[in-house]
Design a protein around this ligand. Sequence first.
Ligand code: NAD
Length: 499
Amino acid sequence: MTIARPPITYGHHIYGRSTTGPSNETFVRNSPMSADVVSVYANGTSSDVDLASNAARVAFDEGQWPRMRGSERAQILLRWASLIRDNQEALAALEVEETGKTIRFAREDAIGMAELTAYAASLAYEMHGDSFSNLGERHSAVVHREAIGVVGLIVPWNFPGLIYCQKVPFALAAGNSVIVKPSEFTSGTALYLTRLAEEAGVPAGVINVVTGAGPVVGQSLVAHPDVDMISFTGSTAVGRKVLEQAAAAPKRVHVELGSKAANIVFADADLEDALDGTLFGVFFNQGECCVSGARLLVQDSIADEFVTALVARTKALRVGNPRDEKTDIGALIHRDHMVNVLKHVAEGQSAGAQLLIGGGPQEVVGFPDGAFMQLTILDQVHEDMNVFQQEIFGPVLVITRFTDEEEAIRLANASSYGLANAVWTRDVDRAITVPRRLKSGTVYVNTQIDGAVQLPFGGYKGSGFGREMGKLGLEEFTQTKSVMYHLGKRQPYFVSKEV
Ligand code: NAD
Protein backbone atom coordinates (compact mmCIF):
# COMPACT_ATOMS: atom_id res chain seq x y z
CA MET A 1 0.00 0.00 0.00
CA THR A 2 1.28 3.51 -0.75
CA ILE A 3 -0.01 6.85 0.44
CA ALA A 4 -1.44 9.57 -1.74
CA ARG A 5 0.00 13.07 -1.78
CA PRO A 6 -1.49 15.40 0.83
CA PRO A 7 -4.17 16.43 1.44
CA ILE A 8 -5.40 12.86 1.90
CA THR A 9 -9.14 12.34 2.37
CA TYR A 10 -10.24 9.63 4.80
CA GLY A 11 -13.57 8.18 5.90
CA HIS A 12 -14.31 6.27 9.10
CA HIS A 13 -13.55 2.56 8.83
CA ILE A 14 -16.67 0.60 9.73
CA TYR A 15 -17.33 -3.05 8.92
CA GLY A 16 -14.45 -3.16 6.45
CA ARG A 17 -15.57 -0.11 4.50
CA SER A 18 -14.57 3.53 4.36
CA THR A 19 -17.59 5.75 5.04
CA THR A 20 -18.23 9.39 5.82
CA GLY A 21 -21.25 8.35 7.89
CA PRO A 22 -24.77 9.81 7.92
CA SER A 23 -23.64 13.38 8.71
CA ASN A 24 -21.23 13.55 5.76
CA GLU A 25 -19.33 16.31 7.59
CA THR A 26 -15.55 16.65 7.50
CA PHE A 27 -12.76 18.37 9.41
CA VAL A 28 -9.17 19.08 8.40
CA ARG A 29 -5.76 18.56 9.94
CA ASN A 30 -3.24 21.31 9.22
CA SER A 31 0.43 20.45 9.09
CA PRO A 32 2.33 21.18 12.33
CA MET A 33 5.15 22.48 10.10
CA SER A 34 3.06 24.82 7.96
CA ALA A 35 -0.51 25.99 7.59
CA ASP A 36 -1.13 23.48 4.77
CA VAL A 37 -3.99 21.02 5.01
CA VAL A 38 -2.50 17.50 5.18
CA SER A 39 -5.64 15.45 5.83
CA VAL A 40 -9.40 15.69 5.52
CA TYR A 41 -11.35 13.43 7.89
CA ALA A 42 -14.96 12.40 8.41
CA ASN A 43 -16.25 14.30 11.43
CA GLY A 44 -17.78 11.58 13.58
CA THR A 45 -21.05 11.82 15.49
CA SER A 46 -22.80 9.50 17.91
CA SER A 47 -24.53 7.90 14.88
CA ASP A 48 -21.14 6.81 13.54
CA VAL A 49 -20.28 5.36 16.96
CA ASP A 50 -23.62 3.48 16.84
CA LEU A 51 -22.74 1.99 13.44
CA ALA A 52 -19.21 1.05 14.53
CA SER A 53 -20.42 -0.45 17.82
CA ASN A 54 -23.00 -2.50 15.97
CA ALA A 55 -20.35 -3.76 13.53
CA ALA A 56 -18.04 -4.71 16.41
CA ARG A 57 -20.90 -6.35 18.35
CA VAL A 58 -21.94 -8.50 15.38
CA ALA A 59 -18.29 -9.44 14.72
CA PHE A 60 -17.92 -10.56 18.33
CA ASP A 61 -21.30 -12.21 18.90
CA GLU A 62 -21.59 -13.96 15.54
CA GLY A 63 -18.28 -13.70 13.71
CA GLN A 64 -15.40 -16.14 13.30
CA TRP A 65 -12.65 -14.09 15.02
CA PRO A 66 -13.38 -14.98 18.66
CA ARG A 67 -14.26 -18.55 17.64
CA MET A 68 -10.96 -19.28 15.86
CA ARG A 69 -8.14 -21.14 17.51
CA GLY A 70 -5.56 -18.85 19.10
CA SER A 71 -3.01 -20.23 16.64
CA GLU A 72 -5.14 -19.05 13.69
CA ARG A 73 -5.44 -15.55 15.15
CA ALA A 74 -1.68 -15.60 15.71
CA GLN A 75 -0.99 -16.41 12.05
CA ILE A 76 -3.11 -13.46 10.91
CA LEU A 77 -1.49 -11.11 13.43
CA LEU A 78 1.94 -12.24 12.23
CA ARG A 79 0.97 -11.49 8.63
CA TRP A 80 -0.20 -8.07 9.82
CA ALA A 81 3.16 -7.46 11.56
CA SER A 82 4.95 -8.36 8.36
CA LEU A 83 2.79 -5.95 6.31
CA ILE A 84 3.52 -3.20 8.83
CA ARG A 85 7.24 -3.83 8.34
CA ASP A 86 6.79 -3.71 4.53
CA ASN A 87 4.96 -0.37 4.92
CA GLN A 88 7.52 1.19 7.25
CA GLU A 89 8.28 4.14 4.95
CA ALA A 90 4.63 5.00 4.27
CA LEU A 91 3.70 4.80 7.95
CA ALA A 92 6.70 6.91 8.95
CA ALA A 93 5.90 9.54 6.30
CA LEU A 94 2.28 9.75 7.48
CA GLU A 95 3.36 10.27 11.07
CA VAL A 96 5.91 12.94 10.12
CA GLU A 97 3.27 14.96 8.29
CA GLU A 98 0.66 14.78 11.05
CA THR A 99 2.74 14.73 14.26
CA GLY A 100 5.76 16.85 13.27
CA LYS A 101 8.11 14.16 14.61
CA THR A 102 11.36 13.51 12.75
CA ILE A 103 11.58 10.93 9.99
CA ARG A 104 14.45 9.07 11.73
CA PHE A 105 12.40 8.39 14.85
CA ALA A 106 9.15 7.90 12.90
CA ARG A 107 10.84 4.96 11.11
CA GLU A 108 11.78 3.46 14.48
CA ASP A 109 8.18 3.88 15.62
CA ALA A 110 6.97 1.93 12.57
CA ILE A 111 9.32 -0.96 13.42
CA GLY A 112 8.01 -0.79 17.00
CA MET A 113 4.43 -1.14 15.67
CA ALA A 114 5.43 -4.34 13.83
CA GLU A 115 7.23 -5.72 16.88
CA LEU A 116 4.26 -5.08 19.18
CA THR A 117 1.95 -6.83 16.71
CA ALA A 118 4.26 -9.85 16.36
CA TYR A 119 4.57 -10.14 20.15
CA ALA A 120 0.78 -9.93 20.55
CA ALA A 121 0.55 -12.80 18.04
CA SER A 122 2.64 -14.96 20.39
CA LEU A 123 0.20 -14.21 23.22
CA ALA A 124 -2.72 -15.51 21.17
CA TYR A 125 -1.12 -18.97 21.63
CA GLU A 126 -0.60 -18.38 25.33
CA MET A 127 -4.08 -17.26 26.39
CA HIS A 128 -5.11 -19.80 28.96
CA GLY A 129 -6.68 -20.11 32.37
CA ASP A 130 -6.11 -22.49 35.22
CA SER A 131 -7.42 -25.75 36.67
CA PHE A 132 -7.84 -27.12 40.20
CA SER A 133 -7.81 -30.82 41.02
CA ASN A 134 -7.16 -30.31 44.74
CA LEU A 135 -10.78 -29.59 45.69
CA GLY A 136 -11.50 -33.03 47.14
CA GLU A 137 -12.71 -36.22 45.51
CA ARG A 138 -16.06 -34.84 44.46
CA HIS A 139 -15.04 -31.53 42.92
CA SER A 140 -12.94 -30.19 40.14
CA ALA A 141 -12.73 -26.66 38.69
CA VAL A 142 -11.39 -24.84 35.67
CA VAL A 143 -10.81 -21.13 35.18
CA HIS A 144 -11.32 -20.03 31.60
CA ARG A 145 -9.77 -16.83 30.31
CA GLU A 146 -12.20 -15.19 27.88
CA ALA A 147 -12.31 -12.09 25.70
CA ILE A 148 -14.22 -9.11 27.08
CA GLY A 149 -16.27 -8.52 23.92
CA VAL A 150 -16.35 -5.06 22.31
CA VAL A 151 -13.56 -2.74 23.44
CA GLY A 152 -13.35 1.03 22.81
CA LEU A 153 -9.77 2.23 22.40
CA ILE A 154 -9.04 5.96 22.75
CA VAL A 155 -5.62 7.05 21.50
CA PRO A 156 -3.60 10.32 21.87
CA TRP A 157 -1.56 12.15 19.23
CA ASN A 158 2.05 11.78 20.35
CA PHE A 159 2.66 8.16 19.24
CA PRO A 160 -0.47 7.45 17.22
CA GLY A 161 0.74 4.23 15.60
CA LEU A 162 2.70 2.84 18.54
CA ILE A 163 -0.11 3.38 21.05
CA TYR A 164 -2.64 1.92 18.59
CA CYS A 165 -0.35 -1.15 18.47
CA GLN A 166 0.00 -1.28 22.27
CA LYS A 167 -3.76 -1.79 22.31
CA VAL A 168 -5.33 -3.20 19.11
CA PRO A 169 -3.21 -6.35 18.44
CA PHE A 170 -3.39 -7.31 22.14
CA ALA A 171 -7.17 -6.87 22.29
CA LEU A 172 -7.43 -8.87 19.04
CA ALA A 173 -5.10 -11.65 20.23
CA ALA A 174 -7.64 -12.29 23.01
CA GLY A 175 -10.51 -12.46 20.49
CA ASN A 176 -12.14 -9.07 21.10
CA SER A 177 -13.57 -6.68 18.50
CA VAL A 178 -12.59 -3.02 18.78
CA ILE A 179 -13.58 0.52 17.92
CA VAL A 180 -10.63 2.89 17.77
CA LYS A 181 -11.00 6.61 18.38
CA PRO A 182 -7.71 8.17 17.26
CA SER A 183 -6.69 11.74 18.11
CA GLU A 184 -8.25 14.33 15.80
CA PHE A 185 -4.69 15.58 15.09
CA THR A 186 -3.23 12.25 13.98
CA SER A 187 -5.86 9.81 12.73
CA GLY A 188 -4.07 8.74 9.52
CA THR A 189 -1.97 5.93 11.00
CA ALA A 190 -4.92 4.23 12.71
CA LEU A 191 -6.80 4.06 9.40
CA TYR A 192 -3.72 2.88 7.49
CA LEU A 193 -2.90 0.18 10.06
CA THR A 194 -6.51 -1.02 10.06
CA ARG A 195 -6.49 -1.46 6.28
CA LEU A 196 -3.26 -3.49 6.61
CA ALA A 197 -4.92 -5.65 9.28
CA GLU A 198 -7.76 -6.52 6.94
CA GLU A 199 -5.30 -7.20 4.12
CA ALA A 200 -3.63 -9.66 6.52
CA GLY A 201 -6.95 -11.45 7.13
CA VAL A 202 -8.58 -9.76 10.15
CA PRO A 203 -12.32 -10.06 9.30
CA ALA A 204 -14.40 -6.94 8.62
CA GLY A 205 -16.02 -5.51 11.74
CA VAL A 206 -13.28 -6.71 14.11
CA ILE A 207 -11.46 -3.35 13.88
CA ASN A 208 -13.51 -0.19 13.34
CA VAL A 209 -12.18 3.37 13.43
CA VAL A 210 -14.30 6.48 14.03
CA THR A 211 -12.56 9.84 13.59
CA GLY A 212 -13.65 13.14 15.10
CA ALA A 213 -13.68 15.25 18.23
CA GLY A 214 -12.97 13.73 21.64
CA PRO A 215 -15.98 15.22 23.44
CA VAL A 216 -18.26 13.83 20.69
CA VAL A 217 -16.84 10.53 19.43
CA GLY A 218 -14.84 9.67 22.57
CA GLN A 219 -17.71 10.39 24.92
CA SER A 220 -20.24 8.49 22.78
CA LEU A 221 -17.90 5.50 22.79
CA VAL A 222 -17.50 5.51 26.58
CA ALA A 223 -21.28 5.82 27.05
CA HIS A 224 -22.29 3.27 24.41
CA PRO A 225 -24.15 0.27 25.88
CA ASP A 226 -22.61 -2.12 23.32
CA VAL A 227 -19.06 -1.22 24.37
CA ASP A 228 -17.97 -3.52 27.20
CA MET A 229 -14.64 -1.90 28.07
CA ILE A 230 -12.69 1.31 27.46
CA SER A 231 -8.91 1.53 27.23
CA PHE A 232 -7.88 5.18 27.26
CA THR A 233 -4.48 6.81 26.79
CA GLY A 234 -4.27 10.58 27.13
CA SER A 235 -4.17 13.44 29.58
CA THR A 236 -5.10 13.09 33.23
CA ALA A 237 -7.82 15.75 32.82
CA VAL A 238 -9.64 13.84 30.06
CA GLY A 239 -8.91 10.51 31.77
CA ARG A 240 -10.80 11.74 34.81
CA LYS A 241 -13.87 12.50 32.62
CA VAL A 242 -13.64 9.06 31.01
CA LEU A 243 -13.49 7.42 34.46
CA GLU A 244 -16.53 9.37 35.69
CA GLN A 245 -18.52 8.47 32.61
CA ALA A 246 -17.48 4.81 32.71
CA ALA A 247 -18.45 4.65 36.40
CA ALA A 248 -22.00 5.64 35.48
CA ALA A 249 -22.41 2.58 33.22
CA PRO A 250 -20.49 0.96 35.04
CA LYS A 251 -17.97 -0.58 32.66
CA ARG A 252 -14.40 -1.77 32.85
CA VAL A 253 -11.83 0.89 32.13
CA HIS A 254 -8.06 1.05 31.78
CA VAL A 255 -6.33 4.45 31.81
CA GLU A 256 -2.78 5.45 30.81
CA LEU A 257 -2.39 9.10 31.79
CA GLY A 258 0.10 11.95 32.13
CA SER A 259 3.48 12.06 33.83
CA LYS A 260 6.37 14.20 35.03
CA ALA A 261 9.28 11.78 35.19
CA ALA A 262 12.42 12.47 37.19
CA ASN A 263 15.85 11.86 35.67
CA ILE A 264 18.19 11.43 38.66
CA VAL A 265 21.91 11.95 38.07
CA PHE A 266 24.15 10.89 40.95
CA ALA A 267 27.73 12.16 41.20
CA ASP A 268 29.04 8.60 40.73
CA ALA A 269 27.37 8.22 37.30
CA ASP A 270 29.17 7.96 33.98
CA LEU A 271 28.56 11.64 33.29
CA GLU A 272 29.01 11.37 29.54
CA ASP A 273 26.25 8.73 29.35
CA ALA A 274 24.11 10.69 31.79
CA LEU A 275 24.41 13.85 29.66
CA ASP A 276 23.42 12.03 26.51
CA GLY A 277 20.55 10.29 28.31
CA THR A 278 19.31 13.51 29.89
CA LEU A 279 19.15 15.23 26.49
CA PHE A 280 17.36 12.29 24.89
CA GLY A 281 15.06 11.88 27.89
CA VAL A 282 13.70 15.40 27.68
CA PHE A 283 13.95 16.35 23.99
CA PHE A 284 13.06 13.08 22.23
CA ASN A 285 9.81 13.50 20.27
CA GLN A 286 9.92 17.28 21.03
CA GLY A 287 9.36 16.46 24.71
CA GLU A 288 5.88 15.21 23.75
CA CYS A 289 6.41 11.85 25.35
CA CYS A 290 4.55 10.47 28.36
CA VAL A 291 7.80 9.17 29.88
CA SER A 292 9.92 12.27 29.11
CA GLY A 293 12.56 12.83 31.79
CA ALA A 294 11.36 16.42 32.18
CA ARG A 295 12.67 16.91 35.75
CA LEU A 296 16.45 16.69 36.06
CA LEU A 297 17.48 15.96 39.66
CA VAL A 298 21.24 16.38 39.81
CA GLN A 299 23.58 15.88 42.80
CA ASP A 300 24.93 19.26 43.87
CA SER A 301 28.61 18.20 43.94
CA ILE A 302 28.58 17.85 40.11
CA ALA A 303 25.61 20.06 39.29
CA ASP A 304 27.41 23.17 37.98
CA GLU A 305 29.73 21.21 35.71
CA PHE A 306 26.86 18.97 34.49
CA VAL A 307 24.46 21.83 33.78
CA THR A 308 27.12 23.83 31.88
CA ALA A 309 27.82 20.81 29.66
CA LEU A 310 24.09 20.19 29.21
CA VAL A 311 23.46 23.71 27.94
CA ALA A 312 26.39 23.46 25.52
CA ARG A 313 25.13 20.11 24.20
CA THR A 314 21.58 21.43 23.87
CA LYS A 315 22.84 24.23 21.59
CA ALA A 316 24.30 21.60 19.28
CA LEU A 317 20.98 19.78 18.72
CA ARG A 318 19.17 20.47 15.45
CA VAL A 319 15.59 21.68 15.62
CA GLY A 320 14.08 21.89 12.16
CA ASN A 321 12.47 20.22 9.17
CA PRO A 322 11.13 16.85 10.40
CA ARG A 323 11.48 15.39 6.89
CA ASP A 324 15.26 15.96 6.99
CA GLU A 325 17.26 12.88 8.07
CA LYS A 326 19.67 15.07 10.04
CA THR A 327 17.04 16.78 12.19
CA ASP A 328 17.00 15.82 15.89
CA ILE A 329 13.84 17.63 17.00
CA GLY A 330 10.84 18.48 14.81
CA ALA A 331 7.69 20.53 15.25
CA LEU A 332 5.26 20.47 18.18
CA ILE A 333 1.79 19.12 17.50
CA HIS A 334 0.26 22.56 16.78
CA ARG A 335 0.86 26.24 17.46
CA ASP A 336 -1.74 26.48 20.27
CA HIS A 337 0.10 23.74 22.11
CA MET A 338 3.40 25.61 21.64
CA VAL A 339 1.86 28.80 23.03
CA ASN A 340 0.70 26.82 26.04
CA VAL A 341 4.17 25.31 26.59
CA LEU A 342 5.73 28.77 26.39
CA LYS A 343 3.21 30.06 28.96
CA HIS A 344 4.42 27.36 31.38
CA VAL A 345 8.00 28.53 30.84
CA ALA A 346 7.11 32.20 31.45
CA GLU A 347 5.12 31.26 34.52
CA GLY A 348 8.12 29.28 35.84
CA GLN A 349 10.36 32.30 35.38
CA SER A 350 7.87 34.50 37.26
CA ALA A 351 7.93 31.97 40.10
CA GLY A 352 11.74 32.32 40.35
CA ALA A 353 13.17 29.71 37.96
CA GLN A 354 16.25 30.79 36.00
CA LEU A 355 16.06 30.49 32.20
CA LEU A 356 19.37 29.05 30.94
CA ILE A 357 18.46 28.59 27.30
CA GLY A 358 15.43 28.80 24.98
CA GLY A 359 12.05 30.06 26.09
CA GLY A 360 10.67 31.13 22.69
CA PRO A 361 9.58 29.93 19.25
CA GLN A 362 12.32 28.65 16.95
CA GLU A 363 12.62 30.05 13.45
CA VAL A 364 13.07 27.36 10.83
CA VAL A 365 13.93 28.38 7.27
CA GLY A 366 11.12 27.51 4.86
CA PHE A 367 8.53 26.96 7.62
CA PRO A 368 7.39 30.39 8.85
CA ASP A 369 4.13 29.01 10.27
CA GLY A 370 5.54 25.88 11.92
CA ALA A 371 5.14 25.03 15.61
CA PHE A 372 8.90 24.90 16.22
CA MET A 373 10.13 25.74 19.69
CA GLN A 374 13.54 26.50 21.15
CA LEU A 375 14.89 23.78 23.43
CA THR A 376 14.43 25.21 26.89
CA ILE A 377 16.13 24.68 30.25
CA LEU A 378 15.03 26.19 33.55
CA ASP A 379 17.36 25.99 36.56
CA GLN A 380 16.80 26.67 40.27
CA VAL A 381 13.42 24.96 40.22
CA HIS A 382 11.80 24.01 43.54
CA GLU A 383 9.30 21.27 44.19
CA ASP A 384 6.48 23.69 45.02
CA MET A 385 6.67 25.38 41.59
CA ASN A 386 4.13 24.51 38.90
CA VAL A 387 6.90 23.79 36.39
CA PHE A 388 8.15 21.04 38.72
CA GLN A 389 4.70 19.54 39.25
CA GLN A 390 2.79 19.97 35.99
CA GLU A 391 3.20 18.02 32.80
CA ILE A 392 4.29 20.59 30.18
CA PHE A 393 4.60 18.11 27.28
CA GLY A 394 7.16 20.09 25.31
CA PRO A 395 10.96 20.46 25.05
CA VAL A 396 11.39 21.97 28.52
CA LEU A 397 13.79 20.65 31.16
CA VAL A 398 13.50 21.82 34.77
CA ILE A 399 16.51 21.37 37.07
CA THR A 400 16.53 20.78 40.82
CA ARG A 401 19.66 19.97 42.85
CA PHE A 402 19.88 17.44 45.69
CA THR A 403 22.49 16.65 48.31
CA ASP A 404 22.08 12.92 48.98
CA GLU A 405 20.19 9.77 47.98
CA GLU A 406 17.36 10.32 50.47
CA GLU A 407 16.66 13.76 49.09
CA ALA A 408 16.81 12.51 45.49
CA ILE A 409 14.21 9.81 46.21
CA ARG A 410 11.99 12.21 48.12
CA LEU A 411 12.07 14.76 45.27
CA ALA A 412 11.46 12.13 42.59
CA ASN A 413 8.40 10.88 44.49
CA ALA A 414 7.13 14.42 45.21
CA SER A 415 4.82 14.23 42.20
CA SER A 416 1.18 13.32 41.75
CA TYR A 417 2.31 11.22 38.76
CA GLY A 418 4.13 7.89 38.66
CA LEU A 419 4.67 6.63 35.11
CA ALA A 420 8.48 6.46 34.85
CA ASN A 421 11.75 7.66 36.39
CA ALA A 422 15.41 7.26 35.44
CA VAL A 423 18.53 6.78 37.58
CA TRP A 424 22.15 7.33 36.53
CA THR A 425 24.73 5.70 38.83
CA ARG A 426 27.70 3.32 38.78
CA ASP A 427 27.07 2.16 42.34
CA VAL A 428 25.67 -1.38 42.19
CA ASP A 429 23.70 -1.17 45.44
CA ARG A 430 22.19 2.17 44.48
CA ALA A 431 21.20 0.86 41.03
CA ILE A 432 19.08 -1.78 42.80
CA THR A 433 17.84 0.00 45.91
CA VAL A 434 16.81 3.35 44.42
CA PRO A 435 14.47 1.86 41.74
CA ARG A 436 12.77 -0.17 44.49
CA ARG A 437 11.87 3.04 46.31
CA LEU A 438 10.66 5.04 43.29
CA LYS A 439 6.90 5.17 42.92
CA SER A 440 6.49 4.59 39.21
CA GLY A 441 5.49 1.76 36.89
CA THR A 442 8.83 1.91 35.06
CA VAL A 443 12.38 2.81 36.10
CA TYR A 444 15.28 3.19 33.65
CA VAL A 445 18.77 2.60 35.08
CA ASN A 446 21.64 4.09 33.05
CA THR A 447 19.30 4.37 30.08
CA GLN A 448 16.32 6.49 29.02
CA ILE A 449 12.96 5.93 27.30
CA ASP A 450 13.89 2.31 26.83
CA GLY A 451 11.96 -0.92 27.07
CA ALA A 452 10.86 -4.12 25.39
CA VAL A 453 7.51 -5.48 24.27
CA GLN A 454 7.74 -8.17 26.99
CA LEU A 455 7.74 -5.58 29.79
CA PRO A 456 4.40 -4.41 31.16
CA PHE A 457 3.94 -0.64 30.96
CA GLY A 458 1.64 1.58 33.01
CA GLY A 459 1.28 4.02 35.82
CA TYR A 460 1.38 4.35 39.58
CA LYS A 461 -0.58 7.14 41.30
CA GLY A 462 -2.11 9.80 38.99
CA SER A 463 -0.53 8.24 35.89
CA GLY A 464 -3.32 5.69 35.73
CA PHE A 465 -3.87 1.99 36.22
CA GLY A 466 -3.89 -1.14 34.13
CA ARG A 467 -0.98 -2.38 32.05
CA GLU A 468 -0.08 -2.51 28.37
CA MET A 469 2.45 -4.85 26.74
CA GLY A 470 3.95 -7.95 28.31
CA LYS A 471 1.61 -10.83 29.20
CA LEU A 472 -0.47 -8.40 31.24
CA GLY A 473 -1.11 -6.47 28.00
CA LEU A 474 -3.24 -9.42 26.85
CA GLU A 475 -4.80 -10.11 30.26
CA GLU A 476 -5.99 -6.50 30.38
CA PHE A 477 -8.42 -7.37 27.57
CA THR A 478 -9.71 -10.59 29.13
CA GLN A 479 -11.92 -11.73 31.97
CA THR A 480 -11.96 -15.01 33.84
CA LYS A 481 -14.79 -17.47 34.26
CA SER A 482 -14.59 -20.04 37.05
CA VAL A 483 -16.44 -23.29 36.35
CA MET A 484 -16.99 -25.56 39.35
CA TYR A 485 -17.78 -29.25 38.70
CA HIS A 486 -19.35 -31.72 41.06
CA LEU A 487 -18.41 -35.31 40.28
CA GLY A 488 -20.74 -38.27 40.81
CA LYS A 489 -24.08 -38.51 42.60
CA ARG A 490 -24.44 -35.67 45.07
CA GLN A 491 -25.93 -35.63 48.57
CA PRO A 492 -29.10 -33.50 48.90
CA TYR A 493 -28.52 -29.91 50.04
CA PHE A 494 -31.36 -29.91 52.55
CA VAL A 495 -32.19 -32.61 55.00
CA SER A 496 -35.94 -32.61 54.22
CA LYS A 497 -38.66 -34.91 55.56
CA GLU A 498 -39.47 -37.87 53.36
CA VAL A 499 -42.41 -37.31 51.07
P1 NAD B 1 -6.07 14.13 25.43
O1 NAD B 1 -6.45 13.63 26.76
O2 NAD B 1 -6.36 15.52 25.07
O3 NAD B 1 -6.75 13.24 24.28
C1 NAD B 1 -6.58 11.82 24.25
C2 NAD B 1 -7.72 11.22 23.43
O4 NAD B 1 -8.94 11.43 24.15
C3 NAD B 1 -7.92 11.87 22.06
O5 NAD B 1 -8.26 10.88 21.13
C4 NAD B 1 -9.10 12.80 22.31
O6 NAD B 1 -9.82 13.10 21.15
C5 NAD B 1 -9.93 11.99 23.29
N1 NAD B 1 -10.87 12.77 24.10
C6 NAD B 1 -10.87 14.10 24.36
N2 NAD B 1 -11.92 14.42 25.14
C7 NAD B 1 -12.59 13.28 25.39
C8 NAD B 1 -13.75 12.96 26.17
N3 NAD B 1 -14.43 13.88 26.83
N4 NAD B 1 -14.14 11.67 26.23
C9 NAD B 1 -13.45 10.69 25.60
N5 NAD B 1 -12.34 10.94 24.84
C10 NAD B 1 -11.91 12.22 24.75
O7 NAD B 1 -4.50 13.81 25.28
P2 NAD B 1 -3.55 14.22 24.09
O8 NAD B 1 -3.34 15.70 24.16
O9 NAD B 1 -4.02 13.60 22.82
O10 NAD B 1 -2.20 13.44 24.49
C11 NAD B 1 -1.28 13.92 25.39
C12 NAD B 1 -1.49 13.31 26.77
O11 NAD B 1 -1.46 11.88 26.69
C13 NAD B 1 -0.37 13.67 27.75
O12 NAD B 1 -0.95 13.96 28.99
C14 NAD B 1 0.45 12.38 27.84
O13 NAD B 1 1.19 12.21 29.02
C15 NAD B 1 -0.61 11.35 27.69
N6 NAD B 1 -0.02 10.10 27.26
C16 NAD B 1 0.07 9.08 28.17
C17 NAD B 1 0.65 7.88 27.80
C18 NAD B 1 0.76 6.74 28.78
O14 NAD B 1 1.05 5.63 28.36
N7 NAD B 1 0.55 6.96 30.06
C19 NAD B 1 1.14 7.71 26.50
C20 NAD B 1 1.03 8.78 25.61
C21 NAD B 1 0.44 9.96 25.99
